[in-house]
Design a protein around this ligand. Structure first.
Ligand code: TRH
Length: 398
């Protein structure tokens, strides 16, 4: 553990990939930002380098130790028992309660001062989050305290990940028509696709994609649906009449469905900035869509007993609550309502209203971004929190 006060703060992030790309997507974004903007020396421990490689192709899937973008990446696979005091970072972050190695925890307890230990939680707009953010939890045996750090949308939470130059990059890209067209053309889009209403589609397999395709096929203006390889596989195959390989494309009525390659994380941002509407999912793409300044629809990660519908409604109550079509379309997209339920119109009518409200939703996106960023960004808030705890070591050592 670094004792020299002039040395960079060391940060260790532990990430277990539960499924998909959100776990590593969030940890990688946080790691890079801490290194680049705050000069922290970051080690990212991750158990699944294959998933990591999909969002960051520079990552080697078979290296125990590598350095990418200034971040040390360690393949985490049962290295318990090999940690000493010198290995321990000043700030230790476990993502989503991923149980860091007992040997690492034991070495943490040996350090003076003790590291600040945080459990970075999942994102929810529910009110209880404000009461739980920053709560301490004592280790049952060792003199260590772990703090819950919750991302969120209000000043009483840790905020959201947002890089310092993101807004500038987005505005530059969105105001440069040639750069946008070049980017889309490199992904295989034709001039017709670029002129159409461009929708990026990223959702879980149970989304009513086939029904939305039908609605778009009958739309009053052409729609180009851009779907990364591996997403909505069944509906895309049914629409194309073939497997959804990158480059595969088919037009029916007003709708063209085009399969894109799964792109590296920075290009995914550009895709969101270049599209007119973004259908996103999980946590990280959901947050990125909020920074894109465009209308979006969230397909939330499913939970038992439809708990995710509670989370979805909590978000919708905060985000553009006066635009009814956003709520109606979001609930339908997530199976929280069905056609005809609660007097709901069918999906084509819901979409038509949503499309008509897109200018209002673009304004709402800008207002939302300003409102949320007034609370600072997650990486900065996290360092501030850890800094305050480090200056009161006694609290950590009870
Ligand atoms: O992939 P997700 O569904 O991930 C997660 C996990 O399932 C996780 O266990 C769960 O806790 C969480 O959802 C709620 O969705 P998410 O969070 O949007 O992460 C996707 C990441 O993949 C994000 O960092 C953006 C990135 N991405 C690319 O880099 N390129 C692409 O082409 C696409 C489509 C996504």
């Amino acid at each position: 553990m670094s004792q020299d006060t002039t040395a960079a703060t060391t940060v260790a992030i532990f990430c277990k990939v539960v499924d998909n790309y959100g776990d590593i997507g969030i940890c990688w974004r946080l790691a890079r930002q801490l290194e680049r903007e705050h000069g922290s020396a970051v080690t990212l421990w991750v158990d699944d380098l294959q998933s990591f490689r999909r969002i960051c192709p520079e990552v080697m899937a078979d290296a125990d130790l590598q350095c990418v973008a200034g971040v040390s990446i360690r393949h985490w696979h049962g290295q318990d028992g090999m940690f000493s005091r010198e290995d321990i970072a000043d700030i230790v972050i476990e993502f989503f309660g991923c149980d860091i190695p007992p040997g690492y925890i034991a070495a943490m307890a040996e350090c003076r001062p003790r590291p600040v230990w945080l459990n970075l939680e999942g994102l929810s707009a529910e009110e209880w989050v404000e009461g739980c953010h920053a709560l301490p939890s004592m280790h049952p045996r060792l003199p260590l305290t772990k703090y819950f750090f919750f991302p969120g949308f209000t000043a009483k939470t840790g905020g959201l990940l947002h890089e310092a130059t993101l807004e500038e990059q987005r505005l530059q890209f969105q105001s440069d028509r040639a750069a946008r067209s070049d980017f889309l053309a490199r992904l295989g889009l034709t001039a017709e696709d670029i002129a159409a209403l461009k929708v990026s589609l990223f959702c879980y397999p149970h989304a009513p994609v086939a029904a939305l395709f039908d609605a778009w096929a009958g739309n009053d203006r052409p729609v180009a649906c851009l779907v990364p390889e591996g997403v909505a596989v069944d509906a895309v195959r049914a629409f194309l009449g073939a497997d959804g390989r990158p480059g595969a494309v088919r037009t029916r009525g007003a709708l063209t469905v085009r399969v894109l390659p799964f792109v590296p994380q920075p290009d995914y941002d550009r895709l969101l900035w270049a599209c007119d509407v973004n259908l996103v999912r999980g946590e990280d793409s959901f947050v990125r869509a909020q920074w894109a300044g465009k209308p979006f629809l969230w397909h939330i990660y499913p939970q038992d007993k439809n708990l995710h519908h509670v989370k979805l409604r909590a978000f919708l109550q905060r985000y553009a609550p006066d635009v009814d079509s956003m709520t109606a379309m979001s609930l339908r997209w997530n199976g929280a309502t069905t056609d005809g339920m609660e007097g709901q119109p069918g999906l084509p009518a819901l979409w038509a209203q949503y499309q008509a409200d897109m200018p209002k939703l673009a304004d709402a996106a800008e207002a939302w971004r300003r409102q949320v960023l007034a609370n600072g960004d997650l990486a900065g808030n996290l360092l501030k929190f850890a800094g305050a705890k480090r200056s009161m070591p006694a609290e950590n050592e009870v």
